[in-house]
Design a protein around this ligand. Structure first.
Ligand code: HEM
Length: 207
């Protein structure tokens, strides 16, 4: 039950935020599709083994989780007394790591409000010191990190490869953050229009 609860909401909200950001940034969506078109083409559906050839897609997911970490506040408890930033933290203190604030700190990230997946180009892995930690850290860090990333990568890659996406109107997708629950979900669920890509019609009709 814990695995299901911890693994579904986080992965779903990452996908929903990523699609919302892509719809508001069509040039990024186009570039992501270009990458899939170049490495996978349209004669077959994207597979898990293709993921190592889609680095830009990875940058999009990292940038999404930087701006909108599914777990914005991580509760931890000190197992022994320690000093943090000059303060004594007694054993058993509840500590909330404000991941959202770290991910959106202008002293750490240039132009943090800007969706710029390119900032992750050439950076290996997800963790750059303690700057980016959408899966938490240490002994209580997310055990489903690898599975979560695989899930989100495959889902996004398939959505981008198979469909053309557009907003329902002129205005941008609302990016307000919901206030219910511990996951960072959208205040207003994403609604978008999609059409099968003409190049994929043949393949999709055989499913
Ligand atoms: C994009 C997907 C995911 C994100 C962003 C995510 C994020 C997180 C975060 C931030 C934590 C807390 C870490 C900490 O306190 O330091 C966590 C814990 C956890 N996650 Fe994930 N997660 C994802 C997917 C998954 C999946 C797919 C599973 C399992 C199938 C999973 C299972 C768990 C479990 C069991 C914990 C509790 C670990 C503990 O308390 O020791 N997560 N996750």
């Amino acid at each position: 039950m814990v695995m299901l609860a911890a693994g579904t909401g986080t992965s779903i909200s990452t996908m929903e935020w990523a699609m919302s950001l892509l719809l508001n940034n069509p040039s990024v969506l186009k570039k992501a599709h270009g990458e899939i078109e170049k490495y996978v083409g349209h004669d077959r559906r994207v597979e898990e083994s293709d993921m190592c050839n889609l680095p830009y897609l990875d940058c999009i997911i990292k940038e999404t989780m930087r701006m909108l970490p599914p777990g914005p506040l991580l509760p931890h408890e000190s197992s022994k007394g320690c000093m943090v930033g000059g303060y004594h933290v007694p054993k058993g203190t509840m500590l909330l790591v404000n991941v959202w604030a770290i991910h959106n700190d202008p002293n750490i990230w240039g132009d943090p409000k800007k969706f710029r997946p390119e900032r992750f180009e050439g950076l290996e892995g997800y963790r750059d010191g303690f700057k980016l930690m959408p899966f938490g850290f240490g002994r209580r860090g997310c055990p489903g990190e690898d599975m979560g990333m695989r899930l989100v990568r495959m889902a996004l890659a398939s959505l981008i490869q198979c469909f053309e996406w557009e907003r329902t109107g002129e205005s941008e997708v609302d990016m307000s953050e919901g206030t219910e629950g511990i996951n960072m979900s959208k205040a207003i669920s994403l609604v978008a229009i999609c059409h099968p890509r003409p190049t994929m019609l043949n393949l999709l009709s055989q499913l």
